[in-house]
Design a protein. Sequence first.
Length: 280
Amino acid sequence: MSERSERPDEPASIPGAPTPGSEVVQLDDELGETVAALTADDVDPGQRRRLLGRMVEQIRVRRVGDLFRPRAAIRWITEAVSDIAPHIPVRDRATLRRHFPGLDDDALADRLIRNAARATAGVGAAGGGVAAVEWAVAPTLLSAPVLLAAETVAVVAVELKLIGELHEVYGVPVPGVGTQRAMGLVQSWSSQRGINPMVPGVGVGAVLGTAARRELRDRLLRRFGRNLTTLGPFLSGAAVAGYLNRRVTRGLGERVCVDLRQRRLDGPPERPAIEGPGEP
């Protein structure tokens, strides 16, 4: 398959448009910028491989020791996803309309899901390519834990962006700003559901509660295990990882859309009538 055929539908460019997602977080800025770049719609396969390779090196330099112990690796990935979420550039409804003119809400949501699925498939393929190089030239799989961590964080970042933009499309933006909004995205990803702003506590916390953090960890553990397919010899890992990532991302997007469409049909919840002073 040519690189051109793997590229997603590119949005119309807006000269001089500001780049969203510039909030300051605890995560190293350089690593955060690399992950944010991987979530873009218009990253071609060659650039995606370079970005993932850069991310692998950035993680290797910082925390490689932790990633050789499975429990510590999942804990690191959980922290990384929580820290990376405020970096993710979620476009608002108006920006999405300018980027993808002429589409109604459902068609726009479908386009975003398709682009995100292609992006995560591309991350899986890029990871498989990096793994193939490791098999060919290194004594090793010494880089395997780092590669799996990088791929997991990159795929989740693409899906967090998708969730945020689907909420924008259907007119129910994720509540809060900065870290608060990011935690709402993470909770939505963990539950694989749309956010209901009427539920008490949704989008108002700057940190995840114990139950939400456990759900995130368990979901990441399953995703981390699925990414083991990347390590298949030669390029078989790239094909399988790309297919699995595409399928899982599309399924996530479709489930979130079902929630958001249903919420639109249901309308806002009815509020109880307020009794007047003379009423019993």
